[in-house]
Ligand binder design. Sequence first.
Ligand code: SF4
Length: 761
Amino acid sequence: TAADGLKWDKAPCRFCGTGCHVRVGVKDDKVVAIQGEQLADVNKGLLCVKGYHVGGILYGKDRLTQPLLRKNGKLVPISWDEAIDVVAQRIYDKPDEFAIYGSGQWTIPEGYVAQKFIKGGLSNNHIDPNARLCMASAVTGYLSTHGVDEPAGCYDDLDKCDVMIMWGNNPAEMHPVLFSRVIDRRSKGEEVMLIDIGTRRTRTTEYSDEYLEFKPHSDLAIANGIAHLLIKNGTYDKSFVERFCNFRKDTDTPSLFGQPSTFEEYSKLLEPYTPEYVEELSGVSAEKIRMLGELFGRRDIRITSLWCMGVNQHTRGTNMNRLLHGIHMLSGHFGKPGDAPTSLTGQPSACGTAREVGTLAHALPGGRIVAKEPHRKDCERIWNLPEGRINAKPGYHTVKMWEQFCTSTEEGGDVSTIWVQVTNPGHTLPNLKKHFTNKEGLKDKFLIVSEVYPTASTKLADLVLPAAMWVEKNGIYGNSERRTQQWFKMVNPPGEARDDCWMTIAVARRLFEMGHPGMKDKDGGFIFELKDDSGAEVPVWEWERYYDVNVDKQLYEEYREFTYMKHKDVAPYDELVKARGLRWPVVQRANGKWEETPFRFMEFSDSYVEKGKELQFYHSVTGDDKALIWFCPYDPPAEAPDQDYPMWLSTGRVLEHWHTGTMTRRIPQLRNAMPHAYVEMHPEDAAEKGLANGDLAVIETRRGKIEMPVWLNGRGRPPRGTVFVPFFDENLLINDITLGEIDPISKEPDYKKCAATVYKR
Ligand code: SF4
């Protein structure tokens, strides 16, 4: 209010994919207060401990405020002019060897600009977001089930379900505000059964009615066991399956769309997955498998499944996503509020930017892909580019991109410069040591990192560009439930920090001035021309005017045209300004009002469903409006414990820290609450190894070793034979020794399981 002397405005939280809305209080060009936004449907005034401290992320003492260029081994300050020259020259000399590595923390305009720069400007498609490391398997799961990415349901499902099943998921810590929606219902006397299916006990387990602990990787067997029982007991939803589903099976050479199958073949392939066989594979008792089968077989309850990294960061992540969709389809637990299979995201705009804008190496905006000529033509038309500008060959996915960068040119490493924006690969890539200790491979390579603080990645960088963050710039994010959220710049960034969108356009402009043909449209104009209200061009160099012309709005409105191509219609910018987020497809009614779509493909909610159809998968793979139910077998993990490395190592997150901790570790309250990483293990395993609480343990895998303190009986408890390490601590980089194996379809790495040995130092 005016009475408190603060200027308040709305913004989504900077951290997780839940997309809580906050009210930001500003005084004297500084964020001084944060409140949960009462008007926001997502969180209704509530925030988690990270959200309440989100304002503090701007004010760490070591913000980067000047461009820094490595000279004689040291990073020294240079001007923006020089920095832009350096980047532009690297690209000008070798445009085909240049790549951008971005993130689900990019705002929608930032991601849009970056992918247009690479795909429409440099024609090489070497751009990928870090979202490849966290939800690529959810993308391939949705694509191969519904024919189009992103969930059908939304958070409202949590308010309606009778049973919530969490698959390898710990929402009590990772999506606490969402979890609280269900706990709140229970505290008001509603009956909601919570089932935690996981590989270690967590805070989520404490609230759950059932805890089913499975051997790592065997979740596929459990899902197949449920499907087996539904068919064997005749409790699958025959009518639903006949009206809305077709069948597919995985093949020996995994592919996105597999091979057509039939209900009969599907039933036969599931025959071996008896409860007893599933118990043998998974360690979950046959009785509990029957309990799950019975629940899915009931028509009088609604079941919501939630999952996140436990399912996605998996060498069979695509298959596990398919199986979860499959058991919901087979049982008819789909298409009603509360009956939904939904993947959550870890980053604030993993959906809005990484997926929807088309920053993945094979994608174009609006669900288009580079491999299809008509899609490229659509894109060239909207961008006013000459025909053939967009390359038909997908660029390198994340792991491949970094492998190419860290391999010498002589040995075929054909990515010589990477520009990292809004992410920290020096901390998060799996099997890190393999990448960044290869001095010979990195010779002559050039790493550019846009960042807000010094990180594990800036330590490796040749050029560091100081970035503005969150409410220091305009922005738009899209959360896990298809909700697009907008905010305005509220405070100035420190020193010379600037936003990533500006950096990309500035480099493009310099290349345009150098005569790079890719920066010209069909008429010879600049591909990112910025205009004021009168239509006159505003050069990107006029930094003071950059926000006056609302570049975000200009880019977003250009992007919006793409969203109509696959019924992902986002709202006009001005509607977003008024709202606390709107879930697409957002359609205009006859009265002129713009309305969101909470439930997709469902006639009662989605205006794209034809009258009388009830449920319509209008982008189905088979072209008949039906979804696909997949058979995917259980097969062994890429690496399992053996005599030399007898334990499972799993990695993940903690409540207080967001991903690599570069923001949250600079907030004293959060840092003090969780100061460093640790290894969590079963007390009996620890006792056997002579380890007590706080002792330093060595964790060793085939890729190296690391030491960290043991935490016994903490907030989580792995079973015997498993250890867990959170990855937020840059001083204890567990990714130095994690496994680099990837899902063959989504190319997402498995961070959740590898073989390790643990011993006292
Ligand atoms: Fe922010 Fe996620 Fe916490 Fe909500 S749950 S306040 S979005 S970190």
